[in-house]
Design a binder for this molecule. Sequence first.
Ligand code: ZN
Length: 186
Amino acid sequence: MDATVKGNQIKITIDFLKENFGDNALDKLFVHMDQRIKRILSRPILDISRIPETAFSQLIVTAEKVFGSKNYRLSRDIGHYLAHKSVPKFYQIFIKLGDPFFVIKRSQSFWKTIHNTGTLVFEATGPNSTTGQFKDFACPQKEFCSLLLGYFGAVCEMCGYTPISVVETKCICEGDDFCEFAISWK
Ligand SMILES: [Zn+2]
């Protein structure tokens, strides 16, 4: 099974890069990319297309390398933007209920509509906090972990809360068995 991601995630990421770094942002990244990935990203991408996960991964990693500053801040900003643009209408109802845990817990089913590898399982650790485990993803990268942190922070904000702490406490990329995210809000 090839690891894939839904086309809309790539389209939204490209929109973000163009908004922030100009219409030729993608051309600046292509210089640093494999020919195969460049070809995939140059073609028209439909929202519902299944695109190789490696293309999404290389897009984020290269954007961080070319446009990023430090601490994977850009990847985090991309995750924040993706949450605002792609959390579907269905979840807006839960967002109106204003419970970040309720929405974050549902990220695990939302994830499966977007990616065909990786699992994301959250448990409540208090009234305003949750911890999640992320594993079995085909393209683990620090940039991607930061993207998820940005996503979870955005969910807290969308529910009307301020994220207090959105951190990764374990990471596959640093030798742990899984990535672990600890999120709290007020
Ligand atoms: Zn990680």
